[in-house]
Ligand binder design. Structure first.
Ligand code: ZN
Ligand code: ZN
Length: 316
């Protein structure tokens, strides 16, 4: 008897739960739709002063985004390990925006609530895209929309070497211009069974990301172009190299359009070793040989990279 009532009870409870869940889903859907419909474009704002404030806020995102990325990079340079750079940068920027929102309240009497929606790689390796949802109101004016901003990563430090060779090797360092690998990179390559890893003892690479102006790259073989490129420490666009955000996560390659830089060896050894483009050193690990056997500063390069940059292996 009782068990029958219990069963009925269960059925009623079950039906009620399904009903409540359905209603909740419908409500969530409607609320989202309304929010979506309320999303505005800055240009739809009719009040000029209000529009100016929102535009000003949007313009500031570029520098704030860049500062947030730089802060994340500094963590690596201070021996921290990063697991999800996009998530960390979101958090850093959210905190910065809280302060900015207070400033705008004092300065313009505007209420702004903000939330960083995403930090994304773009089809340019030199830019990172930020999307920030803001809800703002001042007097009778309201704005609810998504602001977008591209931040340049040029001039920031290259995160990859410090992400790949954390302080456990403790003899990676920099002089404010170049990264010096001392024994660290050779030890890392030895652990990855690279032949002639000794070639990378005392190797160096540029500290700051600078975009190479010698484009198309095939002209690196002309005159002093390669020498100048290495002296300035330029980075190059590369579909095989990793993007800035993935570099922070310690990835030598990634699905985004990325960049590559030459890791320069300073060795009298002439054996074949791993090719010196950084995505090869830190991920692909195929071999190359010195462009000029007798030059201790010669790049160690595979034939396909040599071709891309218009360089030839000199016989000798
Ligand atoms: Zn170059
Ligand atoms: Zn990437």
């Amino acid at each position: 008897m009782y068990s029958k009532i219990d069963n009925k009870g269960n059925i009623i409870t079950g039906t009620t739960v399904i009903l409540i869940v359905s209603i909740m889903l419908i409500v969530i859907f409607i609320v989202n739709s309304i929010n979506y419909m309320e999303n505005e474009n800055i240009n739809s704002i009719s009040n000029d002063n209000f529009k100016y404030i929102i535009k000003d806020y949007n313009n500031n995102l570029e520098q704030l985004g860049r500062d947030s990325i730089a802060e994340e990079t500094e963590k690596l340079y201070h021996a921290h390990i990063i697991h999800d750079s996009r998530k960390d940068i979101k958090k850093i920027l959210n905190n910065k925006l809280k302060e900015v929102n207070k400033e705008y309240k004092e300065k313009y009497g505007i209420n702004i609530r903000s939330e960083v929606l995403s930090v994304e790689s773009t089809d340019s390796p030199w830019k990172v895209l930020f999307k920030v949802r803001i809800k703002a109101d001042k007097d009778t004016n309201q704005f609810d929309g998504i602001l977008e901003s591209n931040s340049s990563i040029e001039g920031l430090k290259d995160p990859l070497p410090y992400a790949k060779l954390p302080k456990i090797y403790n003899n990676i360092n920099n002089d404010g211009k170049k990264i010096h690998y001392f024994q660290a990179l050779a030890q890392y390559l030895r652990l990855h069974n690279v032949d002639s890893y000794e070639s990378y003892i005392l190797a160096t690479s540029p500290l700051f990301i600078k975009k190479c102006p010698y484009d198309p790259y095939i002209h690196h073989g002309d005159g002093n172009t390669l020498k100048e490129c290495l002296k300035q420490g330029y980075f190059h666009e590369s579909a095989d190299g990793s993007c800035y955000l993935c570099r922070l996560d310690g990835k030598g390659v990634c699905p985004h359009y990325g960049m590559e830089v030459f890791i320069q060896t300073h060795t009298p050894l002439t054996n074949e070793s791993v090719s010196c483009s950084d995505h090869v050193v830190f991920h692909d690990r195929y071999t190359g040989e010195k462009l000029n056997k007798y030059d201790i500063n010669s790049l160690i390069l595979d034939s396909s990279h040599a071709k891309k940059y218009g360089l030839v292996h000199e016989d000798g």
